[in-house]
Ligand binder design. Structure first.
Ligand code: ADE
Length: 242
């Protein structure tokens, strides 16, 4: 997968060279290209922002550097990426969207700062590529970079060959619509607390049932919205007793 990130803080994306994503880059599974938006400015001060049309607080990113950046990275008439614009005004980023992105050959992240990017950049790009304005949660960050890091990590770990054990993808939170059950390891006793005995019983059926019960209880307590959204056939008779 090719991943382009355009930002005024290329160093902010340095963590993409570490850990799981860094290994995917080093292995050639991800072709990561980070670009400084200011390369596409032409004035002495390398200006990327200006005051908002209509007035109001803050600054807005001017369209010209963004237009040139997109034309350089994805020339019109050629193959086009799916453009991801992190913004608190976007559609929610979910595991379902991560799955979609993981199936794309090319994603381009446009990281805005200040009050955002001139909307014409997004509207113009939308004439030749698929564009998603995406939010990672109901809070406001200082810019799109941290959100791009989050989205990229969620997507890259889904790519074939990235996780050592791809089975870890099947039971985790947000895969079956429930939060994941609590997990334990050795030692069996620690600071007066025990690993739940059922997990040491060797009864695979009972272990699976206990985990399912825990996942249901946890989801009911922490994320009743997720439980309410589960289709009726996702719960069996035993589930309904929990
Ligand atoms: N930029 C600023 N806040 C953001 C958020 N919550 N999600 C995505 N991008 C952002």
């Amino acid at each position: 997968m090719r991943l382009d990130v355009v930002t005024i803080f290329p160093d902010y994306l340095a963590p993409l060279r570490l850990s799981l994503v860094g290994k995917a880059v080093a292995a050639g599974i991800v072709d990561l290209r980070v670009h400084d938006l200011r390369e596409w400015t032409h004035d002495k001060h390398r200006t990327v922002d200006d005051t908002p049309a209509g007035g109001g607080p803050g600054m807005v990113m001017r369209p010209e550097p963004w237009g040139e950046a997109l034309d350089t990275l994805a020339p019109p008439g050629g193959p086009q990426p799916r453009l991801v614009v992190p913004t608190p005004a976007g559609v929610p980023f979910t595991q379902a969207l991560a799955d979609e992105y993981a199936a794309e050959p090319w994603l381009l992240f446009a990281c805005g700062r200040y009050e955002g990017i001139d909307q014409r950049v997004i509207d113009h790009a939308g004439q030749r590529m698929r564009v998603d304005e995406v939010s990672i949660g109901d809070y406001v960050l200082a810019g799109g970079e941290a959100a791009a890091l989050v989205i990229i990590e969620a997507v890259v770990r889904l790519l074939p060959g990235v996780l050592g054990n791809p089975e870890s993808l099947t039971e985790e939170s947000h895969t079956g619509g429930l939060l994941e059950y609590p997990v334990y390891t050795k030692p069996a006793h620690w600071r007066g607390l025990d690993v739940p005995p059922v997990l040491l019983s060797g009864h695979h059926g009972r272990i699976a049932r206990w985990r399912r019960d825990q996942a249901l209880r946890r989801t009911a307590r922490r994320r009743p919205d997720l439980l309410a959204r589960l289709p009726a056939e996702a719960l069996d008779a035993r589930d309904r007793e929990v």
